[in-house]
Design a protein around this ligand. Structure first.
Ligand SMILES: Cc1cc2nc3c(=O)[nH]c(=O)nc-3n(C[C@H](O)[C@H](O)[C@H](O)COP(=O)(O)OP(=O)(O)OC[C@H]3O[C@@H](n4cnc5c(N)ncnc54)[C@H](O)[C@@H]3O)c2cc1C
Length: 380
């Protein structure tokens, strides 16, 4: 049976970023149930980095800030492609509820000096399809970019392999046995050993906990769906910002010449290969029709993914308090791509040096915010 220092369960963005960082100085194995990495939440995201997104959650805020530089200046040789490109975000609201937009500005202006109020004329110039009811005023955040998720994932994988790390796909972890010497992890046929296991199984983290006889953290997988539609024929959309309703009824953004629309739904789901429900698609089309001149005749594509939260909506990162060598990397919610570089560094530092990296502490990260032990409500 092959022996590693660390086994990571799950090859989504969480598992891969952690494995990449750990492999600098440890022998790392990543086990993935699917035949390819990134098949679940990671491959279904909106791929946006926004420093204001999730900034009301201090741990998300710190991990987002701590990740920004990686996207802008990745390590030499990490990827042939840029990991980011400029997008910008325009926050709008129905004209009857402009006070909500102003409240939103008050809440986040201290976090983000880039925010700018836009007049109706400016809003219309930026996104000419918004109806007058949704374009009387806007807030523009230029500090928002799109992440090339595929390039990021491939960069982590290549870097992992370059550091002698191993990814095994088509390996569903079904048995985990903890002895004094460490963990023995198996799919029923083959087994691997390691002193430490990192649970980065996304929506399935509590399933993995049950297999390992560790108390679950109460993960709640919430379905979010999206549709892809044609823009109006007279519009070139590529340079539009992402448009976000501050009341979170919808958002839309350009996507390779088309428009991606979501009703920003959050529907509780079991962990699964989640698909959009008809009602999700209907809501997305409805809100797009309310706010814009989009005349949706055909839905080119629709999909759904799971955003996984624990009760306080901060991530769960750290060793389990009760079971030795069991490390949690869970609950990244809607921010797991934009926080991945810092989260990977955090995992490696906690496992190898038992401390939070200084630069993340400087952004306000504290074990009390992320530790599994903080979750009093540990579900059976
Ligand atoms: C519609 C949508 C929009 C989003 N937009 C954004 C955004 O704009 N910006 C942002 O930062 N984030 C966004 N997110 C969130 C982001 O996608 C997630 O936070 C992130 O992908 C979580 O990564 P993960 O590795 O934890 O999970 P996953 O990608 O789901 O990976 C978990 C992996 O574990 C594997 N696994 C599970 N059980 C086992 C087992 N028993 N054995 C082996 N392997 C197993 C699974 O097969 C899976 O590959 C969005 C999410 C959705 C759904």
């Amino acid at each position: 049976m092959e022996n590693f220092d660390v086994i990571v369960v799950g090859a989504g963005m969480a598992g891969l970023s952690a494995a990449y960082e750990l492999a600098k100085s440890s022998r790392v194995l990543v086990l993935e149930r699917e035949d390819q990495p990134g098949y679940h939440s990671t491959g279904r995201s909106a791929a946006v980095y926004a420093s204001s997104y999730g900034s009301e959650k201090p741990a998300i805020n710190a991990l987002t800030k701590g990740s920004g530089d990686f996207f802008l200046n990745p390590p030499e040789g990490f990827s042939e492609h840029a990991l980011h490109h400029q997008r910008g975000a325009l926050f709008v609201v129905h004209q009857d509820r402009v006070a909500v937009l102003e409240d939103f500005y008050q809440k986040i202006e201290s976090q983000n000096q880039q925010l700018k109020f836009m007049s109706a004329e400016e809003v219309n110039t930026m996104v000419p399809i918004l109806k007058p009811e949704f374009s009387c005023k806007g807030i523009y955040d230029k500090d928002v970019f799109e992440i090339d998720v595929h390039a990021l994932q491939e960069g982590y994988l290549r870097g992992l392999r370059g550091r002698n790390g191993v990814l095994v796909t088509n390996f569903e972890v079904t048995e985990m046995d903890h002895q004094d010497s460490g963990w023995q992890i198996s799919n029923g046929n083959e087994s691997y050993c390691a002193a430490v296991v990192v649970n980065a199984a996304g929506a399935w983290v509590d399933e993995i906990a049950k297999i390992a006889q560790v108390q679950p953290v109460g993960i709640q997988p919430l379905r979010r769906s999206a549709i892809l539609v044609d823009p109006p024929e007279d519009q070139v959309v590529d340079n539009w910002p992402m448009v976000i309703d501050v009341e979170e009824n919808f958002y839309f953004k350009p996507d390779a010449g088309k428009i991606m629309v979501s009703s920003a739904n959050e529907d509780l789901s079991p962990p699964c290969d989640v698909q959009p429900e008809e009602l999700d698609i209907a809501y997305a089309a409805h809100y797009a029709g309310e706010a814009t001149r989009l005349n949706i005749k055909r839905i080119e594509h629709s999909w759904a993914g799971l955003r996984n939260f624990v009760e306080d909506r901060n991530p769960v990162v750290g060793f389990d308090a009760q079971v030795q060598g069991f490390f949690w990397l869970a609950g990244q919610g809607g921010y797991g791509i934009q926080t991945a570089p810092a989260a990977g560094r955090l995992v490696a530092s906690l496992i190898l040096a038992n401390k939070i990296p200084q630069e993340l502490e400087d952004f306000g990260l504290d074990m009390a915010l992320i530790s599994p032990a903080r979750l009093e409500l540990r579900h059976e």
